[in-house]
Design a protein around this ligand. Structure first.
Ligand SMILES: [Fe+2]
Ligand SMILES: [Fe+2]
Length: 473
């Protein structure tokens, strides 16, 4: 169980380690200053119907009540240790999982934890203005739920830094509160986390695609031979599922409203649909293309010696490592990566150990495509013929072999001229963004929804859709 009697709720017996407890209690006010400065704008005094973790058991860990966000009980929760856990991949396969950081892997583990940790406050910063334009109380509450949980994910990584990395860990924990998403001088570490999330279509695409990157990174870390990291990330995954639900259902509800309007007006003309106050499908597709391509860059270069090192050292596994039938060392195996030859994309087999970023990216793509098929079912049910699709994985890439190649969404390598001629059909334009922004405006009445989005099928925690999810006080 989680001990809520303490300043920092936890299930890691923080009270038994006074030095660590004091260090974290010193970090806490800095975290709260960061939250007040960079957390949800103008919303700190609202009473929000939030869930808080009360137990780390898989069932019934969530407790719902009204909370003001700065009073949220951010804490440190690890899934319980499972007996004598063994390292199950890499060169240490079969050895006992580490409870402390092995000296030789210290720098790499710190880098992995800092990189993961940096994404958590980044997304809160990216989303901080969205509360001002929420399409309903239901959506406003979901946004805040995602925000407080990303805050807790930061706590999760900071705990590992403080507990296992001494002075450099404490310095890294401070730096996590110093960097700012999109800042020119001190940006967040990864590209997608420096992009803007200016409107709710972006927010839903972000939570669908980019939080799903979070899921895959966390799944890979949940396999780690460093047991505290595995147990921390496993618990974070319980929270991540809701973030992806927010994105998937948010886009589905937008599609539903658009499709209904297309049928009612018997048109697919974007101008007419925009005039009717809904988001046309080509615009939704362009947003999708942007968020998908920016997100798959997060997996890193297609060939990476770091990825090989992280795996062989037992620090970061593959998605569902335990369910795979190979030898979990991967010597002598190959994996196809893309490159350009004679003006076309071709596959080339490279050592699998070096291609593990690509392996994870491909697992991620499979998972994202499944949800896009569910979005298409919304269109199909409504009798609309257009379908959404994820672009080719070589489209609009900034990282890896494909970074300097122009590739159309259908996978054709194109010239700079062709790219320039079509970019506005492929990626959200400033005009698209301005149109979507023009629809945004805070809807605060109970059970009311902005015109451009359908209400959800059900409320949160079995509450009705018109429940008072946020009280403005
Ligand atoms: Fe997170
Ligand atoms: Fe998330």
């Amino acid at each position: 169980m989680i001990d809520y009697s303490q300043k920092i709720p936890n299930n890691v017996n923080l009270a038994g380690d006074r030095t660590l407890q004091r260090a974290l209690e010193q970090w806490q006010p800095n975290y709260l200053s960061w939250w007040k400065e960079m957390g949800p704008e103008g919303s700190q005094a609202f009473d929000v119907y939030l869930r808080t973790a009360v137990s780390v058991e898989p069932s019934g860990w969530a407790h719902f009540d009204y909370v003001k966000m700065p009073d949220y009980r951010w804490g440190i929760f690890l899934t319980p240790a499972i007996g004598e856990r063994k390292i199950h991949f890499g060169e240490h396969l079969g050895e006992d999982a580490w409870q402390d950081v092995p000296g030789e892997h210290r720098a790499n583990l710190r880098r992995i934890i800092v990189t993961q940790g940096d994404t958590e406050p980044a997304s809160v910063e990216q989303q901080r203005h969205l509360g001002l334009t929420a399409p309903s109380l239901y959506d406003l509450r979901n946004l805040f739920q995602v925000n407080v949980e990303e805050g807790r994910h930061l706590w999760a990584m900071v705990y590992l830094l403080h507990r296992h990395f001494g002075r450099d860990g404490r310095e890294e924990a401070e730096a996590l509160l110093q960097r700012r998403s999109g800042d020119r001088d001190n940006p967040r570490i990864l590209g997608a986390f420096n992009e803007k999330t200016p409107d709710w279509l972006s927010f839903f695409m972000f939570t669908y695609f980019t939080d799903r990157d979070g899921k895959f990174q966390l799944c890979a870390l949940a396999e780690s031979g460093f047991d505290p990291l595995a147990r921390t990330t496993k618990f974070m995954l319980t929270e991540e599922a809701h973030h992806m639900f927010v994105g998937e259902s948010g886009v589905a509800r937008i599609l539903q409203r658009t499709a209904e309007t297309m049928k009612a007006l018997a048109t697919d003309d974007p101008a007419k649909l925009r005039a009717a106050g809904v988001i046309d499908l080509p615009t939704i597709q362009r947003y999708l293309n942007f968020h998908f391509s920016v997100t798959i860059d997060l997996f890193g270069a297609d060939q990476s010696s770091n990825a090989a090192t992280f795996y062989s050292a037992g620090l970061k596994g593959r998605f569902e490592e335990g369910k795979r039938a190979d030898d979990h060392r991967l010597h002598g195996l190959t994996y196809p990566v893309l490159e350009v030859a004679d003006g076309k994309l071709v596959e080339r087999a490279v050592p699998m150990l070096n291609a593990l970023n690509e392996v994870l990216r491909d697992d991620y793509i499979k998972d994202s495509v499944a949800g896009v098929a569910r979005w298409n079912r919304v269109l199909e049910k409504a009798g609309v013929e257009t379908r959404l699709a994820v672009p080719h994985k070589a489209f609009n890439r900034r990282i890896g072999t494909l970074a300097n190649t122009r590739v159309a969404p259908d996978g054709r390598v194109v010239s700079d001229a062709e790219w320039a001629a079509h970019e506005r059909e492929w990626l959200a334009t400033p005009e698209d963004r301005a149109f979507v922004a023009s629809l945004m405006g805070r809807v605060t009445g109970r059970g009311q929804f902005a015109h451009w989005i359908a209400p959800p099928a059900a409320g949160i925690n079995k509450q009705p859709v018109d429940f008072e999810y946020v009280r403005f006080g």
